[in-house]
Design a binder for this molecule. Structure first.
Ligand code: NAD
Ligand code: DAU
Length: 360
């Protein structure tokens, strides 16, 4: 049975990936989820799988070498899937240091511990071991509204402290590949949306604010473009790259779904009004009058757009969930999980670890 070490599995994409993997492989794999549970880590995201015999949660910081080395020493890890990171651009503008610590140093610790556990005396690596580093399209910088795309060969040009820290972490992975022939891949993905996304990010923030009649903040002119991908499609891409990608290669992952922020906000409002039952009191709160233009994000990248040609040609992956369908599924999930949102916005979700794990 293959054993996965997933970092950051209590966050948005990591928890969706764990669900995806158990749906796909069921009892054929074992997953160890290591997460320090920052504000972005929420074990409620995993409550329906937490009692599986083939799942283990370890609360640890990826910058803590002893803790990470111990996991490798106690388990024969076959796959590392490295999600753990500080992920929010606005937070990185206010407090860059933690981004450098977690994203750069944390990745160095993960690489070093995996290398130490997997390396043979002759400098080669144990058969079949693989490390996948989950990265972002933001490392490529910003595009104009001119129909160009980010390719794997596009030079790195990060602008925010977040993207600079992710670019540094990618460079470290590339350095391990080049120097040691370390068995790794990098995926650079566009903006994800879907269940369990923390409501600091555009889509869940707009859904939640609209349902509560709160202002919908639009940075700048609202015409910045992002390329949105449903999170399950990202999970599938990660698995396909890890199993079928060429070792040492980078693969761009994107939704072929470019939209201006203001378009996204209008689609969310229209979809909420379409989906809310006629007698639901929240209908009266949801309105385009809530849209409020606010000061722009500092250094705001204008446009991201991924060309997922390589992953399609080499591995056969392409996005499956059209935005119209994905946004409906996402809104339906937030309707069905009002308590999740309440616990997140009240801070109660942070008690889940104490209740479920500390007291065992
Ligand atoms: P997230 O912020 O929702 O989750 C991050 C997780 O990492 C949390 O569970 C947090 O507790 C954990 N974590 C943070 N610091 C840690 C540390 N020092 N030690 C252990 N765990 C720690 O992030 P996300 O949106 O799920 O993104 C996951 C990964 O995917 C990140 O590497 C991000 O750069 C990348 N990515 C995100 C997107 C996106 O649209 N969200 C797109 C492309 C790539
Ligand atoms: O492109 C991939 C990246 O996507 C990931 O690497 C990051 O981890 C993830 O956070 C995301 O970064 P963005 O900055 O693109 O996502 P965010 O949801 O913060 O913002 C999306 C766009 O919406 C961006 O142009 C800023 C704008 N925005 C955002 C917020 C929170 C607003 O106009 N108003 C808002 O309130």
């Amino acid at each position: 049975m293959r054993t996965y070490l997933v970092t950051g599995g209590a966050g948005f994409i990591g928890s969706n990936y764990i669900h995806y993997m158990f749906r796909k492989y069921d009892n054929e794999i074992r997953i160890i989820n290591v997460d320090v549970l920052t504000y972005a880590g929420n074990l409620e995201n995993l409550k329906d799988i937490e009692n599986r015999e083939n799942y283990t949660f370890v609360r640890a910081d990826i910058t803590d070498k002893e803790a990470i080395a111990k996991i490798f020493a106690e388990n024969e890890i076959d796959r590392v899937v490295h999600f753990a990171a500080e992920s929010h651009v606005d937070r990185s503008i206010k407090n860059p240091e933690v981004f450098v610590k977690t994203n750069v140093l944390g990745t160095a610790v993960m690489l070093n511990c995996a290398k130490a556990a997997w390396e043979l005396p002759d400098g080669s690596f144990k058969e079949g071991k693989k490390f996948l580093h989950v990265s972002t399209d933001e490392v490529y910088g910003s595009l104009e509204d001119d129909g160009t795309y980010f390719y794997e060969t596009t030079p790195y040009a990060p602008h925010s402290p977040y993207s600079a820290s992710k670019a540094s972490s990618d460079m470290l992975v590339k350095a391990y590949i080049d120097t040691y022939h370390f068995p790794a891949n990098i995926t650079n993905c566009s903006n994800n949306y879907g269940p369990y996304q923390f409501p600091e990010k555009l889509i869940p923030l707009i859904i939640n604010n609209a349902l509560h009649g709160k202002k919908l903040p639009v940075y700048g002119d609202g015409k910045n473009v992002r390329d949105w991908l449903y999170v399950d499609d990202h999970a599938k891409a990660i698995d396909m790259v890890q199993e079928n990608g060429r070792l040492g290669e980078t693969y761009n992952v994107g939704g072929h779904n470019e939209k201006q922020n203001i378009e996204i906000i209008n689609i969310i409002i229209d979809t909420l009004l379409e989906m809310l039952p006629a007698d639901d009191p929240r209908r009266a709160l949801v309105s385009k009058d809530l849209i409020t233009y606010v000061e722009d994000r500092k250094g705001h990248d204008r446009r991201y757009a991924i060309a997922p040609d390589k992953i399609k040609a080499e591995i056969g992956w392409e996005p499956e969930t059209m935005f119209k369908e994905g946004i409906k599924k996402t809104i339906a999930w937030y309707f069905e999980h009002e308590d999740w949102m309440k616990n997140v916005t009240s801070g109660d979700y942070q008690k889940y670890y104490e209740d479920m794990y500390q007291n065992r």
